[in-house]
Design a protein around this ligand. Sequence first.
Ligand code: ADP
Ligand code: MG
Length: 352
Amino acid sequence: NISENRPIIRQLDDAAINRIAAGEVVERPASAVKELIENSIDAGATRIAIDIADGGKTLIRVTDDGYGIAAGDLSLALSRHATSKIDGSDLLNIHTFGFRGEALPSLGAVGRLTITSRVPGADAASIRVAGGKLEAVKPAALRAGTVVELRDLFFATPARLKFMRTDRAEAQAISDTVKRLAMAEPAVTFTLRDVSGGGEGRVTFRADRENGDLFDALHARLARVIGREFAENALQIDATREGIRLYGYAALPTYSRGAAVTQYLFVNGRPVRDKMLTGALRAAYFDFLSRDRHPAAALFIDCDPTLVDVNVHPAKSEVRFRDPGIARGLIVSSLRHALAEAGHRASSTVSN
Ligand code: ADP
Ligand code: MG
């Protein structure tokens, strides 16, 4: 009798729900680092320190000087779909990195998570959750800001743990993530430290507080993150069309590297990987670069949040423009224009 074998429908408990959600939000240590840094930026941090060990598999610690979490809110911060960033009434108008309220509960479901935080005028407190099991809030010592420590990522999901690459590869992915976010936030100082193996690896991207100019600060940050050679061979781009602004730096065709892809694209400060945008970049360089070479650029598209949907995937690295044609056209025409002008300048210098 087939009906005897029919499984019953049951409501999953929170720990199971969070583990399932974690599969989408936290693919690897670098995704955890991304979520934690984004939280620090959303909290108005000016300094963010990231410590990792063993490619982030055993330890990821993000320390910031942001506005903190009140002791009474710590357990709420760890519950699913709890966020201070939206009220749910306007999903089209998002100005923060986060809004889904999923990262912390997901991380707490698949690893051992401790959050220590302090808001001005109150004592610091901390909370721990491991494999979805929440402990009570405790008093803690911390001067200001927030420290989120994630140990043993995926200990609670052994299947996912098996998919981790080598420590080296995971550390590399973390470094790439930190670099991308550092490019988008030149006013924030980032320090990435590998504390495994005697704490050798350490890199700092220091914010120049004196420097108020957007392009100066961005140029300095790109020189530090991508390299001086890129910065010295890059054209400044700044163009606006129909409420969409494109700015940043695009390398001269002579700089471009053969195989190494050095393309960094951001939409409203969010690092994105987007076929339409990279296609536009390729199209812009089409007449200037041989087919086997990739254009190098760090470009920022800023527009009203209502013109672009960031809620395409939990990791939020995909976006959908309401009118992709405007963004594409803006990239193609302004880069072509800048490249052609640079070409004219170069050829007139030669003929003079
Ligand atoms: P989301 O970022 O989508 O709101 P998270 O799960 O990442 O969801 O974080 C939940 C909440 O915890 C945030 O809305 C925020 O209020 C608080 N929070 C997380 N990290 C920090 C931090 N570093 N500083 C201050 N508040 C934080
Ligand atoms: Mg978040």
